[in-house]
Design a protein around this ligand. Structure first.
Ligand SMILES: Cc1ncc(COP(=O)(O)O)c(C=O)c1O
Length: 395
Protein backbone atom coordinates (compact mmCIF):
# COMPACT_ATOMS: atom_id res chain seq x y z
CA UNK A 1 0.00 0.00 0.00
CA UNK A 2 1.20 3.50 -0.80
CA UNK A 3 0.06 7.04 -0.20
CA UNK A 4 -2.09 6.86 -3.31
CA UNK A 5 -4.38 4.23 -1.75
CA UNK A 6 -4.69 6.41 1.38
CA UNK A 7 -5.45 9.49 -0.73
CA UNK A 8 -8.26 7.74 -2.63
CA UNK A 9 -9.77 6.31 0.56
CA UNK A 10 -9.82 9.80 2.04
CA UNK A 11 -11.68 11.05 -1.03
CA UNK A 12 -14.39 8.43 -0.52
CA UNK A 13 -14.76 9.28 3.15
CA UNK A 14 -14.87 13.01 2.39
CA UNK A 15 -17.66 12.39 -0.13
CA UNK A 16 -19.80 10.86 2.70
CA UNK A 17 -20.54 7.99 0.28
CA UNK A 18 -22.98 10.28 -1.52
CA UNK A 19 -24.67 8.52 -4.42
CA UNK A 20 -23.99 11.30 -6.88
CA UNK A 21 -20.25 11.31 -6.30
CA UNK A 22 -19.95 7.94 -4.58
CA UNK A 23 -20.18 5.73 -7.65
CA UNK A 24 -17.11 7.32 -9.13
CA UNK A 25 -14.43 5.00 -7.83
CA UNK A 26 -16.27 1.90 -8.98
CA UNK A 27 -16.71 3.43 -12.42
CA UNK A 28 -13.12 4.66 -12.56
CA UNK A 29 -11.85 1.21 -11.59
CA UNK A 30 -14.04 -0.44 -14.22
CA UNK A 31 -12.89 2.01 -16.89
CA UNK A 32 -9.22 1.50 -15.98
CA UNK A 33 -9.53 -2.28 -16.31
CA UNK A 34 -11.50 -2.15 -19.55
CA UNK A 35 -8.84 0.15 -21.02
CA UNK A 36 -5.88 -1.93 -19.85
CA UNK A 37 -7.36 -5.12 -21.30
CA UNK A 38 -8.91 -3.46 -24.38
CA UNK A 39 -12.34 -4.97 -23.70
CA UNK A 40 -15.69 -3.18 -24.02
CA UNK A 41 -16.56 -3.51 -20.32
CA UNK A 42 -15.32 -4.46 -16.87
CA UNK A 43 -17.71 -4.77 -13.94
CA UNK A 44 -16.47 -4.57 -10.32
CA UNK A 45 -17.58 -7.24 -7.84
CA UNK A 46 -17.46 -7.93 -4.15
CA UNK A 47 -15.02 -10.79 -4.76
CA UNK A 48 -13.55 -13.07 -7.44
CA UNK A 49 -16.08 -15.85 -6.83
CA UNK A 50 -19.19 -13.74 -7.37
CA UNK A 51 -17.62 -12.66 -10.68
CA UNK A 52 -17.68 -16.25 -11.97
CA UNK A 53 -21.16 -16.93 -10.64
CA UNK A 54 -22.37 -13.81 -12.47
CA UNK A 55 -20.58 -14.82 -15.68
CA UNK A 56 -22.30 -18.22 -15.61
CA UNK A 57 -25.69 -16.63 -14.93
CA UNK A 58 -25.17 -14.12 -17.75
CA UNK A 59 -24.21 -16.98 -20.08
CA UNK A 60 -27.49 -18.70 -19.27
CA UNK A 61 -25.84 -21.65 -17.55
CA UNK A 62 -28.20 -23.46 -15.18
CA UNK A 63 -29.89 -26.70 -14.19
CA UNK A 64 -28.68 -29.69 -16.20
CA UNK A 65 -25.78 -27.84 -17.82
CA UNK A 66 -22.23 -29.08 -17.41
CA UNK A 67 -19.26 -26.78 -16.90
CA UNK A 68 -15.72 -28.11 -17.26
CA UNK A 69 -13.31 -26.98 -14.51
CA UNK A 70 -9.86 -27.92 -13.21
CA UNK A 71 -9.65 -29.80 -9.90
CA UNK A 72 -6.27 -28.38 -8.83
CA UNK A 73 -7.11 -24.85 -7.72
CA UNK A 74 -8.82 -22.90 -5.02
CA UNK A 75 -12.36 -24.31 -5.14
CA UNK A 76 -14.22 -21.08 -5.96
CA UNK A 77 -14.14 -22.14 -9.61
CA UNK A 78 -16.31 -25.20 -9.03
CA UNK A 79 -18.35 -23.53 -6.28
CA UNK A 80 -19.49 -20.88 -8.76
CA UNK A 81 -20.77 -23.67 -11.02
CA UNK A 82 -22.79 -25.17 -8.15
CA UNK A 83 -24.10 -21.72 -7.21
CA UNK A 84 -25.52 -21.53 -10.75
CA UNK A 85 -27.32 -24.86 -10.19
CA UNK A 86 -25.11 -26.45 -12.85
CA UNK A 87 -22.78 -29.45 -12.74
CA UNK A 88 -18.99 -29.15 -12.34
CA UNK A 89 -17.17 -31.67 -14.54
CA UNK A 90 -13.48 -32.02 -13.71
CA UNK A 91 -10.79 -32.24 -16.38
CA UNK A 92 -7.31 -33.39 -15.40
CA UNK A 93 -4.24 -31.14 -15.41
CA UNK A 94 -1.00 -31.20 -17.33
CA UNK A 95 1.81 -32.81 -15.30
CA UNK A 96 4.39 -30.12 -16.11
CA UNK A 97 2.43 -26.85 -16.16
CA UNK A 98 -0.15 -27.95 -13.54
CA UNK A 99 -2.72 -26.15 -15.75
CA UNK A 100 -5.95 -27.69 -17.05
CA UNK A 101 -5.10 -29.99 -19.99
CA UNK A 102 -6.76 -29.21 -23.37
CA UNK A 103 -7.04 -32.91 -24.25
CA UNK A 104 -8.73 -33.61 -20.93
CA UNK A 105 -11.20 -30.82 -21.74
CA UNK A 106 -11.96 -32.50 -25.08
CA UNK A 107 -12.52 -35.84 -23.29
CA UNK A 108 -14.88 -34.22 -20.78
CA UNK A 109 -17.18 -32.57 -23.34
CA UNK A 110 -20.69 -34.04 -23.62
CA UNK A 111 -23.85 -32.74 -25.28
CA UNK A 112 -24.66 -31.06 -21.94
CA UNK A 113 -21.45 -29.04 -21.78
CA UNK A 114 -22.16 -25.31 -21.87
CA UNK A 115 -18.97 -23.68 -20.63
CA UNK A 116 -15.35 -24.16 -19.64
CA UNK A 117 -13.67 -22.29 -16.79
CA UNK A 118 -9.88 -22.26 -16.96
CA UNK A 119 -7.62 -21.06 -14.15
CA UNK A 120 -4.31 -19.29 -14.73
CA UNK A 121 -2.71 -21.23 -11.91
CA UNK A 122 0.02 -19.72 -9.74
CA UNK A 123 0.49 -16.80 -12.15
CA UNK A 124 1.18 -18.94 -15.22
CA UNK A 125 -1.12 -19.31 -18.18
CA UNK A 126 -3.16 -22.27 -19.43
CA UNK A 127 -2.92 -23.19 -23.11
CA UNK A 128 -5.41 -20.44 -23.95
CA UNK A 129 -5.10 -20.40 -27.78
CA UNK A 130 -5.88 -24.13 -27.93
CA UNK A 131 -8.68 -23.93 -25.38
CA UNK A 132 -10.21 -20.92 -27.16
CA UNK A 133 -10.17 -22.93 -30.38
CA UNK A 134 -11.90 -25.88 -28.69
CA UNK A 135 -14.59 -23.59 -27.28
CA UNK A 136 -15.14 -21.92 -30.66
CA UNK A 137 -15.42 -25.25 -32.46
CA UNK A 138 -17.84 -26.70 -29.88
CA UNK A 139 -19.87 -23.55 -29.22
CA UNK A 140 -18.83 -23.32 -25.57
CA UNK A 141 -18.52 -20.23 -23.40
CA UNK A 142 -14.97 -19.68 -22.14
CA UNK A 143 -14.51 -18.12 -18.70
CA UNK A 144 -11.02 -17.29 -17.47
CA UNK A 145 -10.33 -17.35 -13.72
CA UNK A 146 -7.30 -15.09 -13.43
CA UNK A 147 -7.37 -14.51 -9.69
CA UNK A 148 -3.68 -15.46 -9.59
CA UNK A 149 -2.51 -13.86 -12.83
CA UNK A 150 -2.34 -10.15 -13.60
CA UNK A 151 -0.68 -8.97 -16.81
CA UNK A 152 0.47 -12.45 -17.80
CA UNK A 153 1.02 -12.82 -21.53
CA UNK A 154 0.12 -15.60 -23.92
CA UNK A 155 1.15 -15.42 -27.57
CA UNK A 156 1.07 -11.65 -27.76
CA UNK A 157 -2.18 -11.22 -25.85
CA UNK A 158 -2.83 -10.59 -22.19
CA UNK A 159 -4.19 -13.43 -20.10
CA UNK A 160 -7.75 -12.15 -19.78
CA UNK A 161 -8.17 -11.40 -23.49
CA UNK A 162 -9.16 -14.92 -24.53
CA UNK A 163 -12.29 -15.56 -22.50
CA UNK A 164 -15.84 -14.48 -23.20
CA UNK A 165 -15.61 -13.48 -19.55
CA UNK A 166 -12.49 -13.07 -17.49
CA UNK A 167 -12.46 -12.92 -13.71
CA UNK A 168 -9.94 -11.33 -11.34
CA UNK A 169 -9.81 -11.33 -7.54
CA UNK A 170 -8.55 -8.54 -5.29
CA UNK A 171 -8.43 -10.76 -2.17
CA UNK A 172 -5.59 -9.97 0.20
CA UNK A 173 -2.96 -12.37 -1.21
CA UNK A 174 -3.34 -11.29 -4.82
CA UNK A 175 -1.01 -9.16 -6.99
CA UNK A 176 -3.51 -6.33 -6.78
CA UNK A 177 -5.53 -6.18 -3.61
CA UNK A 178 -8.20 -4.21 -1.79
CA UNK A 179 -8.61 -6.82 0.96
CA UNK A 180 -11.64 -8.23 -0.86
CA UNK A 181 -13.02 -7.48 -4.30
CA UNK A 182 -12.95 -8.62 -7.89
CA UNK A 183 -13.71 -7.63 -11.44
CA UNK A 184 -15.19 -9.32 -14.49
CA UNK A 185 -14.08 -8.44 -18.02
CA UNK A 186 -16.74 -8.93 -20.69
CA UNK A 187 -15.85 -9.47 -24.30
CA UNK A 188 -19.28 -8.37 -25.53
CA UNK A 189 -21.18 -5.28 -24.44
CA UNK A 190 -24.53 -7.10 -24.34
CA UNK A 191 -23.09 -9.62 -21.85
CA UNK A 192 -21.83 -6.72 -19.75
CA UNK A 193 -25.39 -5.31 -19.58
CA UNK A 194 -26.60 -8.64 -18.14
CA UNK A 195 -23.64 -8.86 -15.78
CA UNK A 196 -24.37 -5.35 -14.45
CA UNK A 197 -27.93 -6.27 -13.74
CA UNK A 198 -26.90 -9.52 -12.00
CA UNK A 199 -24.28 -7.58 -9.98
CA UNK A 200 -26.81 -5.00 -8.88
CA UNK A 201 -30.09 -6.62 -7.80
CA UNK A 202 -31.52 -6.59 -11.30
CA UNK A 203 -32.03 -2.81 -11.12
CA UNK A 204 -33.54 -1.22 -14.17
CA UNK A 205 -31.87 1.91 -15.44
CA UNK A 206 -28.37 0.56 -15.04
CA UNK A 207 -26.11 -0.33 -17.91
CA UNK A 208 -22.63 -1.66 -18.49
CA UNK A 209 -21.34 1.92 -18.13
CA UNK A 210 -23.76 3.12 -15.47
CA UNK A 211 -23.12 1.52 -12.08
CA UNK A 212 -25.75 3.22 -9.95
CA UNK A 213 -29.20 4.74 -10.23
CA UNK A 214 -29.43 8.14 -8.64
CA UNK A 215 -32.04 9.17 -6.08
CA UNK A 216 -33.65 11.40 -8.70
CA UNK A 217 -34.27 8.38 -10.95
CA UNK A 218 -36.58 6.79 -8.43
CA UNK A 219 -38.64 9.69 -7.04
CA UNK A 220 -41.92 8.32 -8.30
CA UNK A 221 -44.29 6.06 -6.31
CA UNK A 222 -44.88 3.96 -9.41
CA UNK A 223 -41.21 3.43 -10.11
CA UNK A 224 -40.43 -0.24 -10.71
CA UNK A 225 -36.88 -1.11 -9.74
CA UNK A 226 -36.27 -4.76 -10.48
CA UNK A 227 -36.38 -5.87 -14.09
CA UNK A 228 -34.81 -9.25 -13.49
CA UNK A 229 -33.44 -11.39 -10.65
CA UNK A 230 -30.06 -10.18 -9.46
CA UNK A 231 -27.72 -10.30 -6.49
CA UNK A 232 -26.07 -7.53 -4.55
CA UNK A 233 -22.53 -8.29 -5.65
CA UNK A 234 -21.34 -4.68 -5.86
CA UNK A 235 -17.82 -3.86 -4.74
CA UNK A 236 -17.78 -1.35 -1.86
CA UNK A 237 -16.51 2.12 -2.74
CA UNK A 238 -13.68 2.01 -0.18
CA UNK A 239 -12.37 -1.19 -1.75
CA UNK A 240 -12.78 0.34 -5.23
CA UNK A 241 -10.67 3.32 -4.13
CA UNK A 242 -7.85 1.04 -2.96
CA UNK A 243 -8.13 -1.19 -6.04
CA UNK A 244 -7.99 1.81 -8.38
CA UNK A 245 -4.77 3.02 -6.74
CA UNK A 246 -3.35 -0.49 -7.01
CA UNK A 247 -4.40 -0.68 -10.67
CA UNK A 248 -2.47 2.52 -11.33
CA UNK A 249 0.57 0.82 -9.70
CA UNK A 250 -0.01 -2.64 -11.20
CA UNK A 251 3.14 -2.78 -13.33
CA UNK A 252 5.28 -2.15 -10.27
CA UNK A 253 3.34 -4.69 -8.16
CA UNK A 254 3.59 -7.44 -10.77
CA UNK A 255 7.20 -6.82 -11.72
CA UNK A 256 8.37 -7.15 -8.12
CA UNK A 257 6.79 -10.63 -7.89
CA UNK A 258 8.26 -11.61 -11.26
CA UNK A 259 11.66 -10.50 -10.03
CA UNK A 260 11.32 -12.68 -6.91
CA UNK A 261 10.07 -15.63 -8.99
CA UNK A 262 13.15 -15.39 -11.20
CA UNK A 263 15.45 -15.28 -8.16
CA UNK A 264 13.88 -18.50 -6.88
CA UNK A 265 14.08 -20.13 -10.33
CA UNK A 266 17.77 -19.32 -10.52
CA UNK A 267 18.48 -20.63 -6.99
CA UNK A 268 16.63 -23.88 -7.69
CA UNK A 269 17.91 -24.52 -11.21
CA UNK A 270 20.64 -27.01 -10.21
CA UNK A 271 18.07 -29.18 -8.39
CA UNK A 272 15.61 -29.39 -11.30
CA UNK A 273 14.83 -32.97 -12.24
CA UNK A 274 16.58 -34.26 -9.12
CA UNK A 275 14.79 -32.86 -6.08
CA UNK A 276 12.13 -30.74 -7.73
CA UNK A 277 10.25 -30.02 -10.95
CA UNK A 278 9.25 -26.37 -11.09
CA UNK A 279 5.99 -25.38 -12.76
CA UNK A 280 6.68 -25.11 -16.51
CA UNK A 281 5.23 -22.46 -18.81
CA UNK A 282 3.70 -23.02 -22.24
CA UNK A 283 5.68 -21.59 -25.15
CA UNK A 284 5.25 -17.85 -25.68
CA UNK A 285 3.73 -17.27 -22.28
CA UNK A 286 4.99 -15.39 -19.25
CA UNK A 287 4.55 -16.27 -15.59
CA UNK A 288 3.55 -13.49 -13.19
CA UNK A 289 4.46 -15.62 -10.16
CA UNK A 290 1.56 -15.19 -7.80
CA UNK A 291 3.68 -17.79 -6.05
CA UNK A 292 6.63 -19.93 -7.07
CA UNK A 293 5.38 -23.51 -7.35
CA UNK A 294 7.29 -26.74 -7.71
CA UNK A 295 6.62 -30.43 -7.33
CA UNK A 296 8.91 -32.06 -4.79
CA UNK A 297 10.54 -35.42 -5.53
CA UNK A 298 9.15 -37.16 -2.46
CA UNK A 299 11.43 -40.16 -3.02
CA UNK A 300 14.27 -37.83 -1.99
CA UNK A 301 12.47 -36.07 0.90
CA UNK A 302 8.87 -36.02 2.03
CA UNK A 303 6.82 -32.81 1.92
CA UNK A 304 6.65 -32.61 5.74
CA UNK A 305 10.37 -33.31 6.16
CA UNK A 306 11.23 -30.64 3.61
CA UNK A 307 9.02 -28.09 5.34
CA UNK A 308 10.55 -28.89 8.73
CA UNK A 309 14.06 -28.66 7.26
CA UNK A 310 13.39 -25.33 5.52
CA UNK A 311 11.79 -23.79 8.62
CA UNK A 312 14.63 -25.03 10.86
CA UNK A 313 17.08 -23.18 8.62
CA UNK A 314 15.09 -19.95 9.04
CA UNK A 315 13.03 -20.20 5.85
CA UNK A 316 9.59 -18.55 5.70
CA UNK A 317 6.61 -20.88 5.94
CA UNK A 318 5.46 -22.16 2.56
CA UNK A 319 2.12 -23.54 1.52
CA UNK A 320 0.66 -26.81 0.28
CA UNK A 321 -1.59 -26.96 -2.75
CA UNK A 322 -5.32 -27.05 -1.99
CA UNK A 323 -6.95 -30.46 -1.78
CA UNK A 324 -8.46 -31.30 -5.17
CA UNK A 325 -11.91 -29.73 -5.27
CA UNK A 326 -13.78 -32.99 -5.88
CA UNK A 327 -12.12 -34.57 -2.83
CA UNK A 328 -13.43 -31.84 -0.51
CA UNK A 329 -16.09 -33.14 1.94
CA UNK A 330 -18.79 -31.04 0.27
CA UNK A 331 -18.27 -33.03 -2.98
CA UNK A 332 -17.69 -36.46 -1.43
CA UNK A 333 -20.72 -36.03 0.87
CA UNK A 334 -22.77 -34.20 -1.82
CA UNK A 335 -23.49 -31.27 0.49
CA UNK A 336 -24.73 -28.78 -2.10
CA UNK A 337 -27.61 -27.29 -0.10
CA UNK A 338 -30.18 -29.20 -2.12
CA UNK A 339 -28.58 -28.53 -5.49
CA UNK A 340 -27.41 -32.17 -5.60
CA UNK A 341 -30.87 -32.92 -7.01
CA UNK A 342 -29.88 -30.98 -10.16
CA UNK A 343 -26.89 -33.28 -10.78
CA UNK A 344 -27.20 -36.72 -12.34
CA UNK A 345 -26.19 -39.77 -10.31
CA UNK A 346 -23.69 -40.51 -13.08
CA UNK A 347 -21.91 -37.20 -12.49
CA UNK A 348 -22.25 -37.28 -8.69
CA UNK A 349 -20.65 -40.73 -8.57
CA UNK A 350 -17.54 -39.38 -10.27
CA UNK A 351 -16.64 -37.15 -7.33
CA UNK A 352 -14.15 -39.55 -5.79
CA UNK A 353 -10.49 -40.57 -5.89
CA UNK A 354 -9.34 -41.79 -9.31
CA UNK A 355 -11.17 -39.10 -11.34
CA UNK A 356 -8.10 -37.01 -12.29
CA UNK A 357 -5.01 -39.22 -11.77
CA UNK A 358 -2.38 -36.64 -12.70
CA UNK A 359 -3.78 -33.99 -10.39
CA UNK A 360 -4.01 -36.60 -7.64
CA UNK A 361 -0.37 -37.54 -8.14
CA UNK A 362 0.96 -33.98 -8.31
CA UNK A 363 -1.12 -32.18 -5.65
CA UNK A 364 0.46 -33.76 -2.53
CA UNK A 365 3.95 -32.91 -3.79
CA UNK A 366 3.42 -29.23 -4.59
CA UNK A 367 5.26 -26.54 -2.66
CA UNK A 368 3.99 -22.96 -3.04
CA UNK A 369 6.58 -20.33 -2.10
CA UNK A 370 5.27 -16.84 -1.49
CA UNK A 371 6.70 -14.16 -3.77
CA UNK A 372 5.43 -10.97 -2.15
CA UNK A 373 8.77 -9.75 -0.82
CA UNK A 374 8.97 -6.00 -1.17
CA UNK A 375 12.58 -5.91 0.00
CA UNK A 376 14.62 -7.87 -2.53
CA UNK A 377 17.26 -8.75 0.12
CA UNK A 378 14.60 -10.78 1.95
CA UNK A 379 13.94 -12.74 -1.25
CA UNK A 380 17.66 -13.31 -1.82
CA UNK A 381 17.98 -14.62 1.74
CA UNK A 382 15.10 -17.05 1.17
CA UNK A 383 16.69 -18.18 -2.10
CA UNK A 384 19.95 -19.00 -0.30
CA UNK A 385 18.07 -20.92 2.37
CA UNK A 386 16.25 -22.85 -0.36
CA UNK A 387 19.57 -23.82 -1.91
CA UNK A 388 20.91 -24.98 1.47
CA UNK A 389 17.74 -26.97 2.18
CA UNK A 390 17.95 -28.65 -1.24
CA UNK A 391 21.62 -29.57 -0.69
CA UNK A 392 20.84 -31.04 2.73
CA UNK A 393 17.84 -32.93 1.30
CA UNK A 394 20.17 -34.64 -1.18
CA UNK A 395 22.57 -35.91 1.50
C1 LIG B 1 -7.74 -19.31 -8.63
C2 LIG B 1 -8.67 -18.58 -7.71
N1 LIG B 1 -9.95 -18.40 -8.09
C3 LIG B 1 -10.81 -17.75 -7.32
C4 LIG B 1 -10.44 -17.24 -6.10
C5 LIG B 1 -11.50 -16.61 -5.27
O1 LIG B 1 -11.38 -15.25 -5.17
P1 LIG B 1 -12.13 -14.50 -3.99
O2 LIG B 1 -11.47 -14.87 -2.71
O3 LIG B 1 -11.95 -13.06 -4.33
O4 LIG B 1 -13.56 -14.91 -4.04
C6 LIG B 1 -9.11 -17.39 -5.66
C7 LIG B 1 -8.58 -16.88 -4.39
O5 LIG B 1 -9.05 -16.27 -3.54
C8 LIG B 1 -8.20 -18.09 -6.48
O6 LIG B 1 -6.93 -18.26 -6.11
Amino acid sequence: MSELEAKYITEVISSQFSVSSGASFMMRLEAAFAKRFSVPSAIAFVNGTATMHAALEAAGVGVGDEVIVPPLTMSSTSLAVLQSNATPVFADVDRETFQICPNAILDAITEKTKAVIVVALYGGSPDLPKIRQICDQRGLVLIEDNAECFLGENNGKLVGQYGDFSSFSFQSTKHLTSGEGGILLCRRKEDAQSVRSIQSLGYRGLSADKAKITKEDIQNPNFKRHGVLGWNYRMPELCCAVALAQTERIDELVSQRVRVGKIFAEALSEFEGKVISSQKNYENTSNTYWCYAFSLNTDVITWDEFRRLFLSLGGDPFYAAWSLSYLEPMFIERNFLGREKFISEHNLSKYQRGLCPIAEEVQPKIVQLKTNYWNIDDALKQANLLRTAMEQACV
